[in-house]
Design a protein. Structure first.
Length: 349
């Protein structure tokens, strides 16, 4: 039986409690929070409500889930590992690559693992993109566009506080960066360029664009905004023989189109007089393009927790590694620096 505790019993703390309850061999026993109201919620769930960190760390747990605002991740994770407890932390892992390096050292010294809740690696839209890109169905991929756009226009709560690690690059950007590092595993990020704006939330970024250029020439373009009332597709992938578009997180809406045979550009316009506004942009004939099915994906929403439980039992290693978390933060730091200097940052990440 894996005995678990939760630090920070807000929205994500409750989220992890519900995930843990899917497993017969996991028992959440304690909660630590600095707000009395959250402790009462924990008691209502039948959990021990700890009013001090020391009490929590002595509650007989094997695994601590850190779900606090971002600025507290490092201190709580380090304290838990030093108390002999494995740690799963909400993203971003911490707020700097230096802090991440210190947590890596702490994990090594204590023999306890530290992993990060990067659950969007198992989203059906991302897995469909991975399958199409890695299969070569649309040829050699040159550019991947990944975007998440909302409508509310502002960051809320601690997400609007820069001291708490607020803003969209830390909130959503770490997911999109992580996905690109997984998709192009084995390739280094050669440069990063970023543009960040505070459109309606003055203190933090509520809009960003990041371009990650990998060492094999593929460019990943990431963008997130909180105020977009007309939508662009969630994914747009360019290959030298085809194109993929996914409209949303379902991974089922959009399309995959591929050119047939050896058709190349102007092959389709020879002998035609009327080509619309541009000869260069004239369409191919329908018979020269084939429509492929978007690959269907099984439901894997529990995959992170399944691996987490097995890691806590000592049967597997965490899928989301500290080395991956460090790379992700190095890319994020390069993006912040790029936006500040308004220049491309050369990297080898």
């Amino acid at each position: 039986m894996v005995r678990a505790g939760i630090i920070g019993f807000g929205y994500m703390g409750h989220f992890h409690l519900e995930k843990a309850r899917h497993f017969h061999n996991v028992k959440v026993v304690s909660v630590y929070d600095i707000e009395e109201e959250k402790l009462k919620e924990a008691q209502a769930e039948g959990l021990a409500a700890c009013r001090t960190l020391e009490e929590f760390l002595q509650s007989g747990i094997d695994l601590a889930v850190v779900a606090t605002p971002n600025q507290w991740h490092y201190a709580y994770a380090a304290a838990a590992m030093r108390a002999g407890i494995h740690v799963a932390c909400e993203k971003p892992a911490v707020l700097s690559a230096r802090e991440m390096e210190q947590l890596i050292a702490c994990a090594r010294e204590t023999g306890k693992f530290f992993t990060v809740h990067q659950q969007r690696r198992w989203d059906p839209d991302f897995r469909a993109v991975c399958e199409v890109v890695n299969s070569g169905r649309i040829g050699n991929v040159t550019t991947v566009e990944s975007r998440v756009m909302g409508e509310r226009g502002v960051c809320f709560g601690w997400r609007a506080d820069p001291a708490a690690g607020g803003g969209m690059l830390y909130d959503w950007g770490v997911h999109l960066v992580d996905q690109m590092l997984v998709l192009f595993a084995g390739h280094k990020v050669a440069s990063v360029y970023a543009r960040m704006l505070s459109v309606l939330t003055p203190a933090v970024d509520d809009f960003f664009e990041v371009a990650m250029l990998f060492d094999h020439g593929v460019c990943a373009k990431l963008s997130v905004g909180t105020f977009a009332l007309q939508k662009l597709p969630r994914w747009y992938v360019f290959g030298d023989r085809g194109t993929m578009r996914l409209d949303d997180f379902s991974g089922a809406k959009g399309g995959v189109s591929r050119i047939r045979g050896e058709v190349k550009g102007f092959d389709s316009v020879v002998g035609k007089k009327s080509l619309g506004p541009s000869r260069t942009m004239a369409p191919l004939r329908p018979e020269q393009v084939e429509q492929l099915e978007i690959p269907k994906q099984e439901n894997m929403e529990m995959a992170f927790w399944e691996n987490l439980v097995q890691a806590a039992e000592g049967r597997e290693k965490p899928i989301v590694t500290t080395a991956q978390a460090l790379r992700q933060l190095q890319v994020v730091e390069a993006a912040f620096l790029s936006a500040e200097k308004n220049e491309v940052i050369k990297t080898s990440i």
